[in-house]
Ligand binder design. Structure first.
Ligand code: ATP
Length: 244
């Protein structure tokens, strides 16, 4: 069991070839917390999640300085290390395996889990969070609605029993009712003990879920603080909440 330390990102810089996407980033997610990352398109939010999950290299990117650690030990830019330490990313765009069944998609999320009992427990948890995934177990994932595919995408990540979920725009493109359901489920997943780093366009929702938030602008942290304080700040209200 890792220590009580959560996710600690210090002085992080990331480049895609010559293009600098992030610099001087300091972000902390205490164990058990929900922390939100806000920012305009291209600010570097997805890049930040990739740096944590070790998937930058699949996008021809790399960490050029700084460190990312979880539970007191360094994550070294490899997805296998991140998953082994309990850090799992749910990518943007609900990338399910469309030709595979819902059950097969969930099993794919548990591939690294050796203990079959644990995999069964994880599946039961996913089914109780998202009963529709049990009802549709034998249907092809490509036939699910957008919201259901998002549930499957989150469910697949939960099959690895993560300590921390990295969520990239989980409500993007969903109808308001479905977005609210996803938000409620994120709250429930967190209440069950999973820490969450949440990237969201929907700033109002994200600030409602998170205890702390960071605002990225052109690859740097422009603002950070308790979510309630940011929600009350004039700049955040004007730029991200469409108020004032
Ligand atoms: P969005 O909400 O549009 O996804 P974002 O805040 O997540 O935006 P990133 O996708 O992290 O932003 O992009 C940050 C910067 O890095 C942008 O300037 C983007 O063009 C650049 N970038 C992202 N991926 C790559 C890549 N594979 N190669 C080169 N540049 C990239």
């Amino acid at each position: 069991m890792a220590g009580e330390a959560g996710l600690e990102i210090t002085d992080l810089a990331v480049h895609y070839g010559p293009v600098r996407a992030l610099r001087g980033i300091r972000v902390t997610v205490p164990r058990g917390a929900v922390v939100a990352v806000l920012g305009a398109n291209g600010a570097g939010k997805t890049t930040l999640l990739r740096a944590v999950s070790g998937t930058l290299r699949f996008h021809r990117g790399g960490v050029t300085s700084g460190t990312v650690s979880f539970g007191g030990s360094r994550l070294n830019g490899s997805p296998a290390t991140a998953v082994a330490r309990g850090v799992v990313q749910v990518p943007e765009g609900r990338r399910v395996f469309a030709r595979m069944t819902v059950a097969e998609n969930l099993r794919a999320g548990a591939l690294g889990v050796r203990d079959r009992g644990k995999a069964g427990e994880a599946r039961d948890r996913v089914h109780s969070l998202f009963p529709i995934l049990a009802e549709r177990a034998h249907q092809r994932a490509g036939l699910l609605s957008g919201g259901e595919q998002q549930m499957l995408s989150i469910g697949r990540a939960l099959m690895a029993n993560p300590s921390m979920l990295l969520l990239d725009e989980p409500t993007l493109g969903l109808a308001p009712m479905m977005a609210a359901r996803i938000a409620a489920t994120i709250r429930e997943i967190n209440a069950q003990g999973t820490s969450v780093l949440l990237v969201e366009q929907n700033a109002a929702m994200a600030l409602g879920l998170a205890s702390h938030a960071y605002v990225l602008e052109v690859g740097e942290v422009a603002l950070s603080g308790p979510a309630a304080e940011l929600a009350a700040s004039d700049e955040v209200r004007r730029r991200y909440l469409g108020v004032g």
